[in-house]
Design a protein around this ligand. Structure first.
Ligand code: ATP
Length: 605
């Protein structure tokens, strides 16, 4: 579980400097997700164009209703205009239905593409990425960030276009009626711009902050509400501590949310006031023009102008606040693209080879390795495992034993030297070929929540019932499965927690056996198993290692003795190697380990 981090108060300098830069390449990239749907987008655009125009038409007709129908006292004309106006409104609304259907269709398809790309990319990210990054952060990008894109497409983009069109149509209509009044109307518009800019900036910063806190909350939930996490919380009586942590973050979140929703409210007050001044000015100036200057303006014209002005302020208002939405959307895209651009680190070489057959021969040649640049974990490790043979690696905890295992299937790449598999540098081998031929039973066995059968079939979906039974027999778990009421269809529980450590390990041995790799790596659990479980596992692996190349990361004497050769690792270096007898006689580190731990029957941890 991560150390407690104080909740982030406000934006750090670094975050402030991280504002999205809206470059043409970013826009092009966003555009590249839209281009496959250009036909639908054009259709949406046409719909918006027609419906925006149609929605203003009844207003313009109102002028004629007043002048021709009411003031002109012409009933047939009045009825005709009213019916026309209603039909136009109905038409506009029908087009809007089509528009929203298309809109959500496009948005869903774009996010579908982005989610798939993201999942595919994340799946190929290196082990390092998953060990370093916060799980909550990864999930947030997969879920809410991409969902945000959907909102951007359905709301932001189309609203910008629709408001823009409404504005243009309203302006043209106003100028057609009377240019003086039209000018008066729009003179007030630029006055909105300044407060909007300031509020937008503030709101954007709050959004970033809220997102950071949201990530933190997700991380905390993942940590404390996961099976192992909550167990740790219980066992260390940390409920109150975690609750306080959560409460603090939650409080921070609501404060940010309230501030975010309030940001921009003040300038709305200003805008709303101005939007009332506009119509009054039009009545006043219109009246003066009619009464003093003998203008041919009619009451209908003035009513239409006031109504159009009303229709114009809203889009202006929204267009200006879209600056915030726009920046937020760009920040979203930037965050998503940041993930897309993370190098995969472990990739297939362009000229990767796929040999016809694998034998399981492993050679380490002067291998150096570091997880972090400043801390060397393996130093000049060299050893050779011939096909069909087995080697046990022993050494104190943290010596680097599991690290050696993870370099073979390229969970990490060496920082110096080479790892060869059947004489070929692992970096030159086709990655899936390599991983198909290397099976690891890890210390921390992971089983999916499902049945034993599901977990086994994960290794080989086409395995027959007979294959499954054979693998279970070899892994010495078949008797246990037979005792289950549902046999292979018994549920293993979340992460396999309904099973004991030993049972889980034997199932994972069966799973690896189904994969039938040329090389088997068995990273023995450091946790104590009772002697019956230990024997069951030992009985399972003894015949296996005799039939294929194996690396045993051993903590128990029985496992060590089963191997053909023993490597003693200390502080990332192989300091002794040989047979058990010779090593004991050597009087070195192995002898010490043997005397203090193995001999007494204790596990070596
Ligand atoms: P054990 O017997 O306890 O399993 P080990 O010999 O297998 O120990 P490794 O798991 O290989 O030890 O770890 C070697 C060192 O590398 C340890 O000091 C550990 O802290 C460090 N280490 C392991 N995994 C990572 C990682 N993902 N990032 C950074 N350091 C790591």
């Amino acid at each position: 579980m991560a150390h407690y981090r104080p909740p982030r108060q406000f934006l750090t300098e670094e975050e402030l400097n991280n504002k999205p830069k809206v470059t043409s390449s970013l826009l092009k990239r966003v555009g590249s997700y839209l281009t496959p749907y250009w036909k639908q987008l054009v259709l949406v655009l046409v719909c918006i164009l027609i419906s925006s125009w149609m929605r203003l038409l009844p207003l313009i007709l109102t002028g004629r209703i007043i002048d021709e129908g009411l003031i002109g006292r012409n009933l047939p004309s009045l009825v005709r205009l009213i019916i026309l106006s209603l039909c136009v409104t109905l038409g506009a609304n029908l087009i809007r239905v089509a528009e929203s259907y298309l809109n959500s269709w496009i948005a869903q398809h774009i996010t579908y593409d982005m989610r798939n790309t993201m999942f595919d990319h994340l799946e190929h990210m290196s082990q390092r990425f998953f060990t370093t990054n916060n799980q909550g952060d990864i999930i947030t990008r997969m879920t809410s960030d991409i969902d945000g894109v959907k909102t951007v497409v359905t709301n932001t983009f189309t609203n910008i276009i629709s408001n823009f069109i409404t504005l243009i149509v309203a302006l043209i209509a106003m100028f057609q009626k009377n240019w003086v009044l039209a000018l008066i109307g729009i003179v007030i518009v630029p006055l909105f711009a300044l407060p909007t800019r300031a509020a937008g900036k503030n709101r954007w910063m709050l959004t970033r902050d809220a997102q950071a806190v949201n990530d933190e909350i997700n991380g905390l939930l993942n940590e404390t509400l996961s099976v192992s996490g909550q167990m740790l919380v219980k066992l260390f009586c940390k409920e109150t501590y975690e609750y306080e942590r959560y409460k603090a973050l939650n409080h921070q979140m609501i404060r940010l949310n309230i501030r975010e929703s309030m940001a921009g409210r003040w300038f709305r007050v200003v805008i709303d006031t101005f939007s009332n001044i506009g119509p009054m000015l039009i009545y006043l100036v219109g009246g003066i023009l009619m009464m003093r200057f003998n203008s041919d303006l009619t009451v209908g014209d003035i009513t239409v102008l006031v109504a159009l002005l009303g229709k114009m302020y809203d889009p202006v208002n929204q267009l200006l606040s879209f600056q915030v939405e726009w920046i937020r959307s760009m920040a979203l895209f930037t965050r998503i693209f940041e993930y897309y651009d993370m190098p995969l680190e472990i990739e297939n070489a362009p000229d990767a080879v796929t040999p016809a057959a694998a034998y399981g021969d492993v050679t380490f040649e002067h291998v150096d390795f570091a997880y972090e640049p400043e801390r060397q974990i393996l130093k000049d490790v060299s050893f050779k495992l011939d096909a069909g043979r087995s080697v046990a690696i022993v050494g104190p905890s943290g010596a680097g034993k599991s690290t050696i295992a993870s370099l073979i299937p390229r969970l990490y790449d060496v920082t110096g030297g080479r790892v060869l598999f059947d004489g070929i540098d692992v970096r030159q081998l086709d990655l899936s070929y390599l991983r198909r031929n290397v099976g690891i039973v890890t210390q921390d066995t992971y089983l999916f929540n499902g049945t034993i059968r599901d977990n086994l079939l994960y290794a080989r979906p086409d395995a027959t019932e007979a294959d499954l039974i054979e693998a279970c027999r070899k892994a010495n778990i078949y008797d246990f499965i037979c005792r289950q009421e549902k046999g292979l269809d018994a549920l293993v529980g979340n992460r396999g927690l309904k099973l004991s450590g030993g049972e889980k390990q034997r199932i994972s041995i069966a799973r690896v056996l189904l994969k039938d790799p040329a090389l088997l790596i068995f990273d023995e659990a450091t946790s104590a198993l009772d002697s019956i479980s230990e024997h069951a596992i030992q009985d399972a692996i003894d015949p296996l290692i005799r039939s294929r190349s194996s690396i045993l990361i051993a903590h128990r004497l029985s496992t060590i003795l089963a191997a053909d050769e023993i490597l003693v690792l200390k502080d990332g270096q192989i300091i002794e190697h040989g047979q058990h007898k010779d090593l004991v006689a050597l009087g070195g580190v192995y002898t010490e380990l043997y005397e203090t731990q193995f001999k007494a029957g204790l596990e070596l941890v």
